[in-house]
Design a protein around this ligand. Structure first.
Ligand SMILES: [Zn+2]
Length: 280
């Protein structure tokens, strides 16, 4: 693949970076990233991946744009209210970078279609806002051996990790074997979320996706980041593969995908705050 003069201009500020160059830019152009959810996390992630020249971006979301989304879901504009989020998202991404191929899935992602959808992608970003989807995406990525970059937000807090059990790292269930019981963790609808927190965590996801594609820096595999916006503090936990994990452990009990119902719990961040280590 040879770059046009326009492409060289467009990507010049990152192509001069050590670790990118023409070779890295080519890797980005050939990369296919699937984003689950065109909401608070998926919006900033998709925008920055498109701007960076990631060749194919898949966007899945079955919702339509509503006015209360606009406080944080920056793929969408006031004039997009009523449109399917994936349509509105595609419009924004294509106007930012017409070279990017945007594939959209305006359907509920379930155990019956998720493996077919993610099969064609190199990397999965989870920006979903509920536990049933989060577990479904984790399990599908495990079965399809896809790297999963997971983000979650609630109120002023955010969480981030990269799961790569096919390369020896833990999966999401190593951390949280089953969805929490109903009512334990409130949803953003119930508890609220600061838009900027969605932006920060979504961009961390985009940052990790670019690093995974380029093969630069230190991966978030085996690391779990906790962010608090009020103190502007970061904490990091080391996480390991759990031999008793029901999915990727030594005696797995989960052999196929499970559709948990939304009522079993909604949203979002894992209640893990107790055992964190603050970074220096
Ligand atoms: Zn596991």
């Amino acid at each position: 693949m040879k770059f046009s003069e326009e492409q060289i201009h467009r990507y010049s500020r990152q192509m001069i970076l050590p670790g990118i160059g023409g070779k890295g830019q080519r890797k980005l152009a050939e990369a296919k990233v699937f984003i689950m959810g065109a909401g608070g996390l998926g919006s900033p992630a998709a925008i920055y991946l498109a701007a960076a020249g990631v060749g194919t971006i898949g966007l899945a979301d079955s919702d339509h744009v509503e006015i209360h989304n606009l406080q944080r879901q920056i793929l969408h504009r006031t004039c997009d209210i009523g449109l399917p989020k994936v349509e509105s998202g595609r419009k924004t991404l294509e106007s930012l970078n017409p070279e990017v191929k945007v594939e959209i899935y305006c359907e509920r992602v379930t155990s019956t279609n998720i493996q077919r959808i993610i099969k064609g992608y190199d990397l999965v970003l989870d920006g979903s806002d509920n536990f049933p989807t989060r577990f479904l995406v984790n399990d599908a990525c495990y079965f399809e051996r896809k790297t999963l970059i997971s983000g979650a937000i609630l109120r002023y807090d955010g969480q981030l990790s990269t799961f790569k059990p096919h390369a020896g790292g833990p999966c999401y269930r190593c951390l949280c074997p089953e969805p929490p019981p109903p009512g334990l963790v409130p949803s953003c609808q119930e508890a609220g979320v600061l838009g900027a927190v969605a932006g920060i965590i979504g961009l961390f996801q985009a940052n990790e996706a670019l690093k995974e594609i380029l093969g630069v820096g230190q991966s978030m595999v085996g690391r779990f980041l906790l962010f608090n916006a009020l103190n502007l503090s970061f904490a990091e936990m080391k996480i390991q593969r759990n031999p008793e994990c029901p999915l990727c452990g030594e005696n797995p009990t989960i052999k196929e995908l499970i559709d948990y119902t939304q009522s079993c719990s909604t949203q979002n961040t894992v209640p893990l705050q107790t055992s964190t280590r603050t970074l220096d």
